[in-house]
Design a protein. Sequence first.
Length: 94
Amino acid sequence: MKRIRRFVQGAWDLFATAVFTAFWASLATISPLLSPSRRLFFACARWWSRSILWAVRARVKRTGGEHVAWDEPMIVMSNHVSNLDILCLFTQLP
């Protein structure tokens, strides 16, 4: 039963990722026509990330953000604990 549940969950994750990626990538492709400032493009990336994290039921918790000077240039790195690291960064960075 666990194998079937894992298979169904994996199939759902793949399907949801494909659907959300197709939708948000299509919108991001035309976003420069709608918003030359690229704000819509980055909003699409953020919502794409949130959609996939929601679909795979991943919870993201950011701590220590109050100690970061967000108005200064910085390099953000990830340790790649999972394939969802990039999505987590998209949702948590301003």
